[in-house]
Structure formats: C-alpha cells, structure tokens
Write a protein of this length. Sequence first.
Length: 183
Amino acid sequence: MYDIAQINSVYDDLAHKIKTDLDEQFNRGRIKGTDYATVYSNLMNTILQLSFDAPLKDTQVLAEQEQINVQKKQELLIDAQTDGVREDIKVKQKQEALIEAQTQDANENVILKKAQEALYRAQTDVAERQKQSYDDSIRLKLFKAQMDTWGIMFSSGMLEDKPSVIKNDEVSSLYNDIKNNIR
C-alpha cells in the first residue's frame, strides 16, 4: 500500500536536485556525454528506489516511534501501579499500627480498670476495718470502764457481792468475744 502522492513528491524533489547537480557538473566539463548518461541512469534507479522506500521508511519510523511511545506509557503505567502498591502498603502499615495502638490502649485501659477495682476493694476493706476498729475500741473502752468501776467499788468495800457478770463468768465470755473480734 503505497502513497502515490508522497512517492511523486519524493521523486520530483530528488530528480530535480540530481538533474541540477549533473547539469552543473556537465557544464563545467567534469562529466562527459556517455558518463553523464551512465551516472544519470544509475542515479535515477536509486531515486526510484528511494522514492518507493521513503513512505515505507516514514511508516516504519512512525511505527517504531509509536512502539517506543507505547513502551514508555507501559513503563509509566507500571511505575504508577508500583507507586499505588507502595502507597497501599503504607496505608495498610499505618492501619496495622493504629490497630496495634488501639489494642495497646484497650489493654492498658483493662489493666487500669482492674487496678482501680483493686484499689476500690482495698479502700472498702480499709474503711470496713476502720469501722470494726471503732466498734472494737468502743467495746474495749466499755469493758474497761465497767471493770475499773467494779474494781474500785469492790476494793473500796462499796460492793460486797461480786457482780453477776463475774459470778457467772460472763466476763470471760465477754473477754473472749472482744479478743476474737480484734483483728
């Protein structure tokens, strides 16, 4: 499939230049009659061949250039895809780091909550023990006051009989109860 207009254009340009150059060489006497015909014939064969080859060469050059352009576009596409994959990897790494940080934070919150619960239980235990201590202190003071009062009254002769708490040995039970409840 030849482009006749292009072949004619190349042929006309080349033929005109060759004929002009040969005529000038002939007029200067550098080329003689038979040499002129031989050179002209050889050059015209070359011109015809070049005229037919020129459109093919142009098409071939264009095709090669197009192929180079396609390869460059493919390389750019591959580079863009590679960059996209790298960005996806970075995003996934950031997501994993975020999930890890959130998990760490959740674990720390669980540990903190357990520590707070343990502290609350300890504070509750301390408060309960303080309450029991106050109760124990009141019992001891009451027992001491009663025993001191009885002892003074008994030793002064105000009382001749032992109180029932001592006669029935309830004082031992009271003492043991106080002793057992002191922690």
